[in-house]
Design a protein around this ligand. Structure first.
Ligand SMILES: NC(=O)c1ccc[n+]([C@@H]2O[C@H](COP(=O)([O-])OP(=O)(O)OC[C@H]3O[C@@H](n4cnc5c(N)ncnc54)[C@H](O)[C@@H]3O)[C@@H](O)[C@H]2O)c1
Length: 312
């Protein structure tokens, strides 16, 4: 099948590209390499994937790739993902996450895509949620422009379904972690702490470490994308582990995974909590389980082992 993956040179996108190539699809990647790296696609391009260095804000260049590929499936992962820079420059964030998304939808519609899978964020949308685990119908109250722009993008996906009959779905991820993650990502703390373990440096925890997140391994997220592409579900779906894990639990698990390999994780330093960060985050993933048949399978310990095996 012909596929386009926007943001395919990034952490999650490149893992998805590998899976598409492995099942025999033809894959074109659209990425401006802002945070993504061509080397993330080394194996995929050797196996036939094509990287187009195009910015999703450039409708003309984007349309030319779609005209050439005429993809059946589109996975939209390209985004401005830096929450703090979205606060500094909300307009620049929206240019990519809203304007770029509209360009992708317009090109997918014009060139006859059968299904378009969007990438959204659970953690960034629900803010300080009243209900944990948080279901999709919970009020959306972003704490940063990043969450607001992702919500607007979801709205355009739903609109293209209503207005034009384009088959779309939006996946709201928890905190994704795994191989190739950049320390600047939304869930960068796993990558940062793995770096501490490897370098012998001290992990820094902002707050008391009891804050929780919903860490979900990238392999499970890739599976969710493949299932979402096959289904005809519309609207938003949470994709997470479905249980809270505290930062202290993460440190404990990583310490144990390191100890098995003869590495010692230094005791963490505790710094003042950062303003604007939610204290608890966890997604209710029942809709993905029942309607998509998706179940996250990789425990945090197994996921950490997978990262460390790649680093050692
Ligand atoms: N990592 C997480 O925990 C997490 C959680 C929720 C949602 N997401 C979403 O998942 C998607 C992928 O994120 P990631 O963690 O792999 O980060 P990433 O930075 O590795 O991937 C984003 C990719 O988009 C590309 N890109 C950025 N601006 C672009 C533009 N204007 N034109 C073309 N390409 C552009 C980057 O070069 C990069 O390859 C994003 O949509 C992000 O919002 C990630």
């Amino acid at each position: 099948m012909d596929c386009i993956v926007t943001g395919g040179a990034g952490f999650i996108g490149s893992n998805l590209v590998d899976a598409l190539i492995a099942r025999g699809d033809q894959v074109a990647v659209i990425d401006n390499l802002k945070t993504g790296k061509a080397e993330n696609l080394a194996a995929a391009t050797a196996a036939g994937a094509v990287l187009h260095r195009v910015d999703v804000r450039d409708a003309e260049a984007l349309g030319a790739v779609f005209a050439q590929v005429r993809p059946a499936l589109v996975f939209h992962l390209a985004a401005q993902i830096d929450v703090r820079s979205s606060v500094d420059d909300p307009r620049a964030d929206a240019d990519v996450n809203v304007g770029g998304t509209i360009n992708v939808l317009a090109a997918a519609l014009e060139h006859g895509a059968r299904r378009v899978v969007n990438t959204s964020t659970g953690g960034g949308l629900y803010g300080d949620a009243e209900l944990l685990p948080t279901p999709e119908e919970h009020p959306v109250r972003p704490l940063a422009p990043y969450g607001q722009s992702k919500h607007a993008a979801e709205g355009y996906f739903a609109l293209y379904t209503r207005l034009h009959g384009l088959s779309t779905v939006s996946l709201r991820y928890g905190n994704v972690y795994g191989p190739r993650q950049d320390v600047h990502g939304e869930a960068g703390v796993v990558a940062i702490f793995c770096g501490c373990l490897m370098d012998g440096t001290t992990p820094r925890i902002f707050g008391d470490g009891h804050q929780t997140r919903d860490w979900v391994e990238v392999g499970d997220v890739v599976t969710a994308n493949l299932l979402a592409a096959q289904s005809d579900i519309t609207g938003a779906l949470n994709i997470g582990w479905g249980q809270e894990t505290s930062v202290l639990d993460l440190v404990r698990e990583l310490g144990a995974a390191g100890a098995d390999r003869g590495l010692r994780l230094a005791a963490p330093d505790f710094l003042p909590a950062r303003a604007g960060e939610v204290s608890r985050s966890c997604l209710d993933v029942r809709r993905a389980r029942t309607e998509l048949g998706w179940t996250p399978r990789t425990t945090l310990r197994d996921g950490l082992d997978r990262i460390l095996s790649g680093l050692l």
